[in-house]
Design a protein around this ligand. Sequence first.
Ligand code: COA
Length: 258
Amino acid sequence: MSYETILTERDEHVFIITLNRPDKLNAINATLRDEIVDALSSVRNDPEIRAIIIIGGPKAFAAGADISGFVEATNVDMFRTFGAGNMWDYTANMPQPTIAAISGFALGGGCELAMSCDFRIAAENAKFGQPEINIGVIPGAGGTQRLTRLVGMTKAKELVLLGEQIDAQEAYRIGLVNKIVPVDQLREEAITWAKKLSSKPPIGVMLAKAAINQGADMPIDTAILIERLAFANLFATEDQKEGAKAFVEKRKPDYKGK
Ligand code: COA
């Protein structure tokens, strides 16, 4: 499938989406939003795809929502654009693990897209921020909530209310990113992580992600019950038997996603 604002490719069990509006620093317009959802929906039920990378760069992962549409936009337009099932929520709810590989600016909706992924690998030149307050609004694609859950209220308020940028080191220090690598190693590092994730039992990975994501917003007893149900259900999979057998037979497991 060929798109206008993104590139897609497969590398074994890994699906890679490259944001491709470099002239506009990958600013997220309606086409880019629709194309990401379309690309993700094409693999969400594909058993061959076990991990997903979203990468941009080198100057920007994404410099936020496309502000050119903001001048004339109405509240109703914005409620629709950022409504339930939007590109950010769609990304966050993918069954497969997702990795944002961030080089350069990840601002506003770009930072929110990175935060919709399960892992964030930053290049040394990465800059993060929620600068919406500087143009008279606030984050509208999960920024106030996902950022707070990732780094806590103190730092989230600093980023959202002051609208300033932080560099990769600070993002790592506050727990916003998993790892920092040199710019020229970003893609390779993301692929290494994705391939490592692909070697794990896919149903187990999917249920672990769901238990962590859904459980985080629930009373602990309900969350633990979800974990236990997911854990017990894995005993109905072939991969669970393979994992235990491989351990006993002292060999590497070969997981099939069944
Ligand atoms: N929406 C629309 N266009 C954007 C954009 C955005 N969020 N971010 C960058 N662009 C465009 C610029 O308008 C410019 O287009 P042009 O060459 O046609 O004029 C191009 O991308 C390059 O950006 P520029 O501002 O010239 O690069 P820079 O290196 O001087 O500055 C930033 C980089 C990221 C600091 C600056 O572009 C910026 O502040 N962007 C907006 C960030 C933001 O507020 N995001 C949250 C939106 S809610």
